[in-house]
Ligand binder design. Structure first.
Ligand code: GDP
Ligand code: MG
Length: 604
């Protein structure tokens, strides 16, 4: 296939609008996969994707299409994740494309991620093929949705396709539009080879796999190649296309997208965004990717310390599959050795955790998430001590001494909410409760409205989306875009047991939220700390001010005596068990904190 007969495209959509279903239909209609029930959502390979019905990892599939002009075309479909947390992967996948199919559910209409996805493709100058899906539904409103697309994005109504991916209606129109509207890749086969690495994964048997888009020249089997950014050289051992199963080939030409094995063993060598060229040639480096910035941090610890080595190897493999996760070793007196991981968002964190458990059988403790804050240090001496005026803190335990901090800032986002207008009032109060400030609001049709709010990221990482879904019965959609750090009235909140600090429980909170948060943590601790022979005061403090308190009453001696009296063997057994348990206890002053207590309170 010469470049003129190749199309590289992607399907983008708000979650559940039918991207995976359309991908299946395209693969069926081109004879790439057979029509069978087992082939549902063929690109969603991961168990977590099938369970959650979302796409996490971008996958590609190549297919050959016999178009109505009588010519055969090679279509490379590059699947993209749909959720806001994975927009880094969306952006990467789009770099290998010349156009996109933008699906909108004809019943639900434009949703928050439709807006985000549209602008992502638009900003990359890609041809956009608008497609209304689910026109078979009784409540489909294709005319209204076409009008939304026109009003929001100035998409001409006559360019909008109407299909049913489920019923297989209009699928060939989509394929025809891909061939006729999307430009072919512009690479030159006579130039020195350049290929862009846009994804990678780890194969248990073959090592590191790279997903590449060949931009110029060609990649051959048994060729000596170098990754420009690292300077490291390899020999190609297997190259091919995903059809959608790996199909080895001898050569990949400019314009093609395929996979590559080159005996790469270390996960750190696979530099996504890197440029491959023949060893000893000099080429201009291809534009790579902006590194994803993690925005939600959490501690990850093995459930049992003996599983630490296993968890480490599982983490290493998963980190290769998801280069947007940041990792750093961390240890805590209570939880032992573990890692602090940075994720793009909360769903991203959940999915990562689920993959650790499902794909690697790792049992992990995940602590409650927090967002990074920036502390501005004052005084030349202090600045020198901290290595800079601005210190970014990913873990509240590592915050510089408060007396040296002049100002703290936290990350803000612009949140977009699309909702039926009847929920306007409740959404406004939710956003205000989360320290949000309204930016804009406009009608997108006679009953739906699009609102934008400026919100602190910290207020949406935990349960914002759940709350929004529940007050609108699932009718509102939400997406956000980072805005950067802004000064904020943040303060440090400590938790004390009979006056002694628990370092793992220190958190950074907004002053207006300190009391509420403090109360909640104290209540949770009261439920989980076992009773002792003496009374325990649980306190939340901001500086020297106590803002919340709970007490655990002392065990009454006679009760204990009655319980254990008499039966000698039972008593010995209990004492033995207690001394074993003690090994895993942490002492806060005279108070024993079992590891389980920490887990219960720190876990999300
Ligand atoms: P994705 O999240 O964008 O990948 O969406 P899926 O392809 O997983 O589809 C989400 C749901 O919509 C599934 O239950 C599909 O069966 C359903 N669906 C997809 N296309 C159609 C369609 O054309 N008509 C109807 N009625 N349902 C559809
Ligand atoms: Mg899907």
């Amino acid at each position: 296939f010469p470049p003129e007969k190749i199309r590289n495209f992607s399907i983008i959509a708000h979650i559940d609008h039918g991207k995976s279903t359309l991908a299946d239909r395209l693969l069926e209609l081109t004879g790439t996969i057979s029509k069978s029930a087992d082939n549902k959502q063929i690109l969603d390979k991961l168990q977590v994707e099938r369970e959650r019905g979302i796409t996490v990892k971008a996958q590609t599939a190549s297919m050959v299409y016999q178009a109505k002009d009588g010519e055969r075309y090679l279509l490379n479909l590059i699947d993209t994740p749909g959720h806001v947390d994975f927009s880094y992967e969306v952006s990467r996948s789009l770099s290998a494309c010349d156009g996109v199919v933008l699906i909108v559910d004809a019943n639900q209409g434009v949703q928050a991620q439709t807006v985000a996805n549209f602008y992502l493709a638009f900003s990359k100058n890609l041809v956009i093929i608008p497609v209304l899906n689910k026109i078979d539904l009784k409540h489909a409103r294709p005319d209204v949705v076409t009008e939304q697309l026109h009003g929001l994005f100035e998409i001409p109504s006559e360019s909008v396709l109407r299909i049913s991916a489920k019923m297989g209606i209009g699928i060939d129109d989509v394929l025809e539009a891909v061939v006729s509207r999307i430009p072919h890749p512009t690479g030159n086969r006579d130039l020195v080879t350049r290929a862009l690495i846009f994804d990678s994964w780890y194969d248990r048997y073959k090592g590191v796999a790279l997903l590449v888009a060949v931009v110029d020249g060609h990649l051959r089997l048994s060729q000596n190649i170098t990754i420009a950014q690292s300077g490291k050289s390899y020999e190609t051992k297997e190259i091919g296309v995903l059809h959608p199963d790996p199909t080895p080939l001898r050569t990949l030409y400019a314009g093609q997208v395929g996979y590559l094995y080159c005996n790469m063993r270390s996960i750190k060598e696979a530099s996504v965004g890197g440029t491959i060229h023949p060893t000893n040639a000099t080429v201009e480096i291809l534009a790579g990717f902006k590194k994803a910035k993690p925005m939600v941090y959490a501690g990850v610890y093995p459930m049992d310390q003996s599983e630490h080595p296993m968890l480490r190897s599982a983490l290493e493999k998963l980190l290769l599959n998801d280069s947007s996760v940041e990792s750093k070793v961390e240890s805590s007196a209570a939880l032992g050795h573990g890692w602090r991981l940075g994720f793009l968002g909360v769903l991203h964190m959940d999915v990562f955790n689920q993959r650790l458990e499902q794909e690697y059988g790792a049992q992990v403790v995940l602590t409650a998430p927090n967002v990074p804050v920036k502390a501005k240090i004052f005084g030349a001496k202090n600045i020198k001590a901290y290595g800079g005026e601005i210190v970014t803190v990913n873990n509240p335990a590592n915050l510089p001494d408060p007396v040296m901090i002049e100002e703290m800032s936290e990350p803000f986002v612009i949140g977009t909410i699309i909702t039926p207008d009847v929920f306007l009032g409740e959404i406004m109060s939710l956003c205000m409760d989360r320290r949000g400030v309204q930016r804009d609001s406009r009608n997108i049709d006679s009953e739906r409205i699009m609102m934008t709010f400026k919100l602190p990221l910290n207020e949406i990482v935990v349960d914002f989306y759940d709350k929004l879904k529940s007050i609108t019965s699932g009718y509102a959609s939400f997406d956000y875009e980072e805005l950067g750090y802004e000064p904020s009235n943040l303060t440090i909140m400590d938790i004390l047991l009979n006056g002694d600090l628990i370092p793992e429980m220190t958190s950074i909170v907004h002053v207006t939220k300190a009391k509420e948060r403090g109360k909640a943590i104290c209540a949770r601790l009261k439920e989980t700390i076992p009773r002792h022979q003496f009374q325990i005061a649980i306190q939340a403090a901001v500086g020297s001010r106590i803002i919340a308190r709970e007490d655990i009453k002392a065990l009454r001696k006679d009760v204990a005596a009655k319980l254990y009296g008499g039966d000698r063997t039972r008593r010995d057994k209990l004492l033995k068990r207690q001394s074993e348990g003690k090994k895993r206890m942490k002492m806060i002053g005279r108070i024993e904190m079992p590891r389980e207590t920490f887990i219960k309170v720190l876990e999300r």
